[in-house]
Design a binder for this molecule. Structure first.
Ligand code: BYC
Length: 342
């Protein structure tokens, strides 16, 4: 039997090892062999997730200069910075799969890669900042806590820290809303209006219904996703309804009713045609979001060039130092051989 060249073992053995790793619920690491479909699915999902974090800085970021107090400004600033950090961990996770960060950004700004539909809606009042924290970060927790057990090691590890921060963001958003609800009639109306506008788009964050989700089955078999879109949507509804009652707002769904038998909240059907429209680029803010990202990327070109020039200079300096050290060692050795005192 021919000995396979190094790195070129028969695919069947590699596939078996991959399957066993998944069956034992262990992690696939960047050095491990993986099917191309698995790699491509991860790059697609992780890139989309990273883009969502970066684009997700915009709707709330627009309120930094208009925050009602220094304290609220500092909180919002920190949250938006956290989102930039999440984007960076996720781009790094995608790089471990061979993706190129510049290429991913290019795909985002040319519309070839998606980002979450939720960030294509406008933020009309400061209550929207609170509702984004409560709903959007709440939905993110439901969706992303299971991803901490995703089969791909770097993605799962990035999710651990991200989830801790999202959970903090969710509480901070809810605290802002509690404060507004204790305020004036106008503030309470602003909160209810924001809840009315963000509820259905938040349910859409979990993706299309299971029967219309082409990627779910494979992703779940590969243990990238651990639960279906509908399962996670239900968890979000069940978590959020009691919080809405406590806050004193009404969720805009007349079909929301407790199901004694299943012990979950039944809820109405989101407008799936709206999700399709927003995903395909025709949401209220799609153009503005992508244009802003494109502009920021162009404006940042000089920073990337300066960083690359600095890195190249450091590398040259290090190479010169290494060469000098090697020469010094050689001179010392020659001197020792000749019996010349150093
Ligand atoms: N928006 O087969 P499906 C955050 C796409 S960041 C846009 O179910 P999958 C936060 C989907 O990509 C939130 N596109 O797909 C940030 C697929 O398209 P392609 C982002 C959507 O991957 C800042 C097609 O529709 N979270 O929380 O199995 C501040 C069919 O869908 C959407 C993540 O990215 C959508 N809503 O499941 C605060 C989490 N839904 O590529 C908070 C990680 C679906 O086949 N991602 N599509 O053409 C996931 O868990 C999964 O990718 C999804 C979709 C559940 C989103």
């Amino acid at each position: 039997m021919p000995v396979p060249e190094s790195g070129a073992e028969p695919q069947t053995a590699a596939q078996t090892r991959f399957d066993h790793t998944l069956a034992r619920d262990q992690r696939i690491e960047p050095r491990d062999w993986m099917p191309e479909g698995y790699r491509a699915t991860l790059v697609r999902q992780i890139a989309q997730h990273a883009h969502s974090e970066i684009i997700g800085m915009q709707p709330e970021g627009e309120w930094i200069t208009r925050a009602p107090s220094l304290r609220r400004k500092a909180i919002l600033f920190a949250k938006v910075q956290d989102e930039a950090g999440h984007g960076l961990y996720l781009y790094s996770a995608a790089e471990t799969l061979g993706a190129d960060r510049a290429d991913l950004t290019e795909r985002l700004i040319s519309g070839r890669q998606k980002y979450s539909s939720i960030f294509n809606y406008p933020t009309l009042s400061y209550a929207d900042v609170g509702v984004i924290g409560w709903f959007v970060d709440g939905a993110a927790i439901c969706n992303q806590v299971p991803l901490c057990r995703s089969s791909y090691g770097p993605y799962a590890r990035a999710m651990v820290r991200i989830c801790k921060e999202e959970s903090f963001h969710q509480r901070q958003g809810y605290e802002l809303l509690l404060t507004m609800m204790r305020g004036s009639e106008k503030q309470r109306a602003q909160v209810q209006d924001a809840v009315d506008r963000w509820w259905w788009p938040s349910l859409m964050m979990f993706g299309p219904p299971d029967g219309n989700s082409p990627n779910s089955e494979r992703s779940m078999a590969w243990r990238i996703k651990r639960h279906s879109n509908d399962e996670l949507r239900q968890r979000f509804v069940d978590m959020t309804v009691p919080q809405a009652e406590r806050l004193g707002v009404t969720l805009p769904d007349p079909e929301l009713v407790w199901n004694e038998e299943r012990e979950v909240w039944d809820f109405g059907t989101p407008d799936w045609s709206e999700l399709q429209r927003v995903i395909s680029g025709d949401g209220p803010c799609n153009q503005a979001r992508v244009e802003r990202r494109r502009q920021a990327h162009e404006d940042g070109a000089w920073v990337r060039e300066a960083a690359a020039a600095h890195a190249a200079r450091q590398q040259d300096r290090q190479a010169a130092q290494d060469q000098q050290a090697a020469q010094d060692r050689q001179t010392a050795q020659t001197a020792q051989l000749k019996g010349v005192p150093a």
